[in-house]
Design a protein around this ligand. Sequence first.
Ligand SMILES: NC(=O)C1=CN([C@@H]2O[C@H](COP(=O)(O)OP(=O)(O)OC[C@H]3O[C@@H](n4cnc5c(N)ncnc54)[C@H](OP(=O)(O)O)[C@@H]3O)[C@@H](O)[C@H]2O)C=CC1
Ligand SMILES: CC(=O)N[C@@H](CCC(=O)OP(=O)(O)O)C(=O)O
Length: 344
Amino acid sequence: MNISIIGATGYAGAELLRLLYTHPRANIIHLTSESSTGKKISAIYPYLRERCDLTLTSLDNIEQIAKDSDFIFICLPHGHAMKVGQLLESKNIRIIDLGADYRFNDISTYEQWYKVKHLHTAASRVYGLAELHREEIKSARIIGNAGCYTTASILALAPLVKNHLIDAKSIIIDAASGVSGAGRSAKQANLLPELYDSFKAYAVANHRHTPEIEQELSILNGENIILNFTPHLVPMARGILSTCYANISPAVDDKTINEAFAKMYGQEFFIRLLGEGGYPTTKNVRGSNICEIGWHIDRRTNRVIVISAIDNLVKGAAGQAVQNFNIACGFDEKTGLDFIPVYP
Ligand SMILES: NC(=O)C1=CN([C@@H]2O[C@H](COP(=O)(O)OP(=O)(O)OC[C@H]3O[C@@H](n4cnc5c(N)ncnc54)[C@H](OP(=O)(O)O)[C@@H]3O)[C@@H](O)[C@H]2O)C=CC1
Ligand SMILES: CC(=O)N[C@@H](CCC(=O)OP(=O)(O)O)C(=O)O
């Protein structure tokens, strides 16, 4: 497959390049950047020297990019991917957008939370979370790759919500992310002296991942779910840990909860179940496409607490995109992704 990456100079685009470089079925053709057009990608990221020295091109060359590519991965800030999607509307090209523009079934929800007008409303799209939408991904033309916090949180809660084992109105999610989740552009709040030795919550009660989590859990549950989601920033480069709380439904026993996780994820290669009492850590999934899940049943409060860990740049972005690409192309889902986490 000839592939191009739009927005290759960002963290998500560069991680995608790292994964696709060794993918046996991907041939990287074009990489784009608007701020570094004409430079080599290895000049932006020296770790790529003598491996990938492709010259960055501009989105102005989208006609040529489209002509040369079978698959286009878009790694732009939200609001920009839909413009590229529009330009590619009449072309026979499949798209995976790593941002949020194609994640929502209800455009008005997107517009309300992202505060931008959607410009490509007619496009049919599929939510790119393989463990939930594998069949639809196979034939989708546009895949809206699931978000990072959302992947960790949805995967943690899906078995409980799907099987009605919890009170869907009682869900609370506390999640913490490494700073690469905020992208590569300079921000004062993300300077080392501001971040180091500190841990903070942000976007309380209004983070844009809230409606995305609600969308997918509502589909699974069959009822409209609203929940509390609180993101936190941790002074580390990669990783997300999501801790999810919910009240256990009446008459649901521990065995039923344990079986729900085993039934839904027992055969999932990228989900590592640590079982009841398990403690996922970001360190154990770093650099890999694995989502670790462990859960705890607290009969004192009658709540279940599910913890999940992912690498935000891999299962939360580029790895998920490659997993979706593999499914969409009919390749083995593990192709180019079967590697062990980087430790320590
Ligand atoms: N970082 C993460 O953990 C995750 C990110 N994502 C999503 O992936 C997408 C990219 O994120 P990330 O890589 O972190 O962001 P970065 O800020 O690191 O990179 C953004 C990329 O977009 C390009 N870009 C920025 N503004 C424009 C513009 N106006 N027009 C065209 N190109 C532009 C930049 O290119 P240049 O400046 O060189 O022109 C760069 O390649 C976002 O939608 C994000 O939500 C999804 C999951 C996780
Ligand atoms: C730490 C940090 O700032 N994280 C980002 C989310 C990461 C991201 O890129 O969002 P998507 O997964 O939707 O693409 C944030 O809170 O906005």
